[in-house]
Ligand binder design. Structure first.
Ligand code: UDP
Length: 470
């Protein structure tokens, strides 16, 4: 008998390909199924994207097929956001995806799309596949918000950006202005309409796989399943199968970062990195530098060019470094390390000397931190990171956050220093509580994926349900 075959479709952009790839790796290694990943490329002929896909293909047991995306300029407004363009692009690819899936041997029986690819699910029906699923590489509260948005769409009056009272999701934490997802702030924007559409399409699948685990978000997962109103909207089963995180990358040694980290005390260093694309204003970069210095704590800072330099190809790394306060590097020499290249983040977060993570709270970064027991200083910038920051500070208790959204106000040096000390300085009581909780979460994340653990069992329940395993 042929090995069962699942096809996974990744929306354009590395940020979407990586989670699908990690899911594919998990399915192939744990369930021993054949996995083909259809990677819809962004069409920007980006060499980084192509190289990353090739590199990923060399390291995975999954088959990766690139699908060059179509030109959609005539389908979107010239000022459409990246989110809108992705949703429209993915829908426009339906017949190419259909042709690609139809030509696969053996024929896949299960199709998984990511949450931006819900417009492709009808391909599974057209080709008579056994089942179709959505993978949400984010958390359960985000999923609840996603499927409940169509209800708000008909009940909430005015613009979300102006709400005075937090919006309610049955059985879940309400969402105030500080939690709302960037893409839903303005109703007239097409990206809002795309969010509502995705919220309506997710429940048309046969189920949702979500990158969280029972012990981390038990209440929200229970609400999705059992709350009368929310479960009526959710309609289909939800399978928490997280944490699914990138495995450690191979790092060539000697390496400056690890030589430096090796010399530091256990859990003493704050790692500062704002994701794959997060940038700060020049003013904020300077305040952050002063704050790190003022904190007196050790730091490893993955410095990106300030936003005002973006698009200027003449700016090199030396000039990015030169944007730091005068004398900063000399004064912090030995205490801090500033790096401008792409960082091996998974490897860094698992180093024994890392004690805290100043993070933009992208969910992958969050999981990479929590699976290593590293507490977070939340610095949310865009997308659903605002709600992630609230989840981490107010519900899970593994983070501290800035008093206001860093995307809306420059966070001053004193506040930076105060928060940095809180997560890594040993004498602070609240910090101790947060660090203890982060360790507890690390243990539960490991347990979830041991044999018989909650996520392991959930994955097998799902796989049996769609007959990928017997
Ligand atoms: N990342 C990395 N090195 C860097 C910056 C980012 O390895 O210098 C990785 C990080 O480990 C994570 C991903 O890029 O896996 C970022 O994903 P996340 O969801 O945290 O945020 P996004 O960049 O998508 O906003």
């Amino acid at each position: 008998m042929d090995q069962p075959h699942a096809v996974l479709v990744a929306s354009p952009g590395l940020g979407h390909l990586i989670p699908i790839l990690e899911l594919g790796n998990r399915l192939s290694s744990v369930l021993n199924v054949q996995v083909t990943i259809l990677a819809v490329t962004s069409g920007s002929s980006s060499s980084t994207e192509t190289e990353a896909i090739r590199a990923a293909a060399a390291r995975t047991a999954c088959q990766i097929t690139e699908l060059p995306s179509m030109d959609i300029d005539n389908l979107v407004e010239p000022d459409a956001t990246v989110f809108t363009k992705i949703m429209v692009k993915v829908r426009a690819m339906k017949s190419s995806v259909r042709d690609a899936v139809e030509s696969m041997k053996p024929k896949p029986t299960v199709m998984i799309v990511d949450f931006l690819g819900t417009g492709l699910m009808s391909v599974a029906d057209d080709l008579g596949l056994t089942a179709k699923y959505v993978y949400v590489p984010s958390h359960a509260w985000f999923l609840a918000m996603m499927v409940y948005l169509p209800v708000w769409d008909t009940t909430v009056e005015g613009e979300y950006v102006e709400i005075k009272e937090p919006l309610k999701i049955p059985g879940c934490k309400p969402m105030g202005r500080k939690e709302l997802v960037e893409t839903m702030l303005y109703r007239s924007d097409q990206q809002y309409k795309e969010c509502v559409r995705a919220g309506l399409e997710v429940p048309m699948s046969d189920g949702v796989l979500v990158n969280t685990w029972e012990e981390l978000q038990g209440n929200t997962l229970a609400a999705l399943k059992e709350d009368e109103e929310l479960s009526r909207v959710m309609k289909v089963p939800v399978y928490p199968i997280g944490p699914i995180v990138r495995s450690k990358e191979h790092v060539e040694k000697p390496n400056t970062i690890f030589e430096w980290l090796d010399k530091q005390r256990e859990r003493s260093v704050v790692y500062v990195c704002l994701g794959s694309g997060g940038t700060l204003s020049l003013e904020q970069t300077i305040e952050l530098a002063w704050g790190l210095e003022l904190s007196g704590q050790r730091f490893l800072w993955i410095l990106r060019r300030p936003a005002s330099y973006l698009g200027s190809s003449s700016i090199d790394d030396d000039q990015v470094i030169a944007s730091l306060p005068e004398g900063f590097l000399d004064r912090t020499c030995g205490v801090g390390l500033v790096v401008t290249q792409w960082a091996p983040q998974v490897e860094i977060l698992s180093h024994r000397s890392i004690g805290g993570f100043l993070s933009h709270c992208g969910w992958s970064s969050v999981l990479e931190s929590l699976t290593n027991g590293v507490p977070i200083m939340a610095w949310p910038l865009y997308a659903e990171q605002w709600m992630n920051a609230t989840l981490l500070t107010e519900e899970i208790g593994v983070a501290v956050r800035t008093s206001e959204l860093p995307s809306e106000r420059v966070i001053g040096r004193e506040e930076v220093a105060f928060l940095v000390r809180k997560i890594v300085a040993e004498e602070d009581e609240e910090g101790q509580r947060i660090r203890a909780k982060a360790e507890e979460v690390r243990v539960s994340s490991e347990r979830a994926w041991t044999k018989g653990g909650s996520s392991h069992s959930s994955l097998f329940e799902w796989a049996k349900g769609c007959r990928l395993v017997s």
